[in-house]
Design a protein around this ligand. Structure first.
Ligand SMILES: [Zn+2]
Length: 126
């Protein structure tokens, strides 16, 4: 068992491993498998089966990936997305010029926002 453990540690060396995005992908895949068993339509079953397999392969691919930086960025974006959903006080906009994310208070109507990075000004409805 310890030899197998050592082999596995060596195999995973430099690879990305697991994160919250992977858990969410696997979770969605499992839910789809559960839904699959309750759906009578053959076509819907086939589609669900395909999607759940794609999701599981995607999660495996991510955890074995050696491009850890890219995987880390994906996870960060995923977590950020939920952070923003929870944030009822602010709205987030991307600067049209440099793509910098700007956070502004919600419910102030139309305001002119100036980008903190490149000083570009743009009007958005908050
Ligand atoms: Zn900008």
């Amino acid at each position: 068992m310890s030899r197998l453990g050592a082999w596995f540690r060596n195999f995973m060396k430099g690879r990305y491993g697991n994160d919250k995005l992977n858990m969410a992908i696997l979770g969605t895949g499992l839910v789809l498998v559960l839904v699959y068993t309750f759906i009578p339509s053959v076509v819907a079953k086939l589609v669900l089966w395909a999607i759940s397999y794609i999701l599981m392969f995607w999660a495996i691919f991510r955890s074995l990936s050696r491009n850890t930086y890219k995987r880390y960025q994906e996870n960060r974006k995923f977590l950020q997305f939920f952070e923003r959903l929870k944030d009822r006080e602010h709205r987030y906009f991307d600067c049209p010029k440099c793509r910098q994310t700007v956070r502004v208070p919600r419910g102030k109507g139309k305001i002119s926002i100036s980008c903190p990075k490149c000083k570009e000004k743009f009007v958005r409805n908050t």
